[in-house]
Design a protein around this ligand. Structure first.
Ligand code: AMP
Length: 113
């Protein structure tokens, strides 16, 4: 299995998992860009946001719902946080298994780099 995030879902690669359910897994980013930096991924392999077609719109919506729950668990809901979905090279995507970044614990800049 080549996809590193599929390996995490399968338990074949270690990860600091903070939440999981039947559709999604959330784990701490290995190279955090904020005090809280968690990735929320579907168990199902989807290359990126552009591949999340009509069949799996609900999958992406579930990632956002999980992010809100994890943000509450992390104590960053009141202060606010940022959710990021990177698509393709220009979007900054480096792992081609769709993932929602949950970033919080500091004030985010705008525009993003
Ligand atoms: P992106 O650039 O949007 O594709 O984000 C991929 C993210 O995955 C980066 O923030 C990486 O630090 C993170 N990452 C890559 N491999 C791992 C891993 N094995 N465990 C946790 N996070 C990872």
């Amino acid at each position: 299995m080549a996809c590193v995030f599929c390996q995490i879902v399968a338990g074949e690669r270690p990860a600091n998992i903070v939440y999981e359910d039947e559709r999604a897994v959330a784990f701490r980013d290995i190279n955090p860009q904020a005090p809280t930096h968690i990735l929320i991924i579907p168990r199902e392999h989807i290359d990126g946001p552009a591949d999340a077609g009509a069949d799996n719109e609900m999958v992406i919506g579930h990632l956002v719902a999980v992010a809100a729950r994890v943000a509450a668990d992390e104590g960053i809901s009141a202060g606010g946080y940022r959710l990021v979905l990177n698509q393709g090279r220009n979007g900054g995507q480096s792992v081609f298994h769709v993932h929602l970044h949950l970033l919080g614990g500091r004030r985010m800049g705008w525009p993003p780099g």
